[in-house]
Design a protein around this ligand. Structure first.
Ligand code: FES
Length: 147
């Protein structure tokens, strides 16, 4: 079996939603301290619906494929649905990632959550801070938030 699925290769070679949104409703940037890769996700929200999502990823192919797939998965969804998206959902949608690349998909989940938090903060929308665990150690890699 090939190391990377066809979907991973497709989203790596033809990434969807690359770029920046001017005046985004929310933006989230996260990095992986070990590999140094950085992912930034922009959200445009109207009436609680994510009408646009874009990303800029300075990182490995799996991180690019994860950002591409994750932004596709949250476009047209509610903010709460985006918040519920897990890195496992992204991995499943990509037909899998090698074990040592799972952490790349974690960046996508965290960047989206950070962007939603930014949206909530900008709009004074109350939320339970526990939804955005700082220093979450569930993941096998250490991540840092930069926004
Ligand atoms: Fe760093 Fe993939 S190796 S995000």
């Amino acid at each position: 079996m090939a190391l990377y699925s066809e979907k991973v290769m497709d989203h790596f070679k033809n990434p969807r939603n690359v770029g920046e949104i001017e005046n985004p409703s929310g933006v989230g940037q996260v990095g992986n301290a070990k590999c140094g890769d950085i992912m930034k996700i922009y959200l445009q929200v109207e009436n609680n619906i994510i009408v646009d999502a874009k990303f800029e990823t300075f990182g490995c192919g799996s991180a690019i494929a994860s950002s591409s797939m994750a932004t596709e998965m949250i476009r047209g969804r509610t903010v709460e649905e985006a918040l519920a998206l897990t890195n496992r959902d992204v991995v499943t949608a990509l037909d899998g990632l090698p074990n040592h690349k799972i952490h790349c998909s974690v960046l996508a989940e965290e960047a989206i959550k950070t962007a939603v938090k930014d949206y909530y903060d900008k709009n004074n929308i109350p939320y339970d801070p526990a939804m955005f665990p700082e220093g979450d150690h569930d993941h096998e890699e250490e991540h840092i938030r930069m926004v």
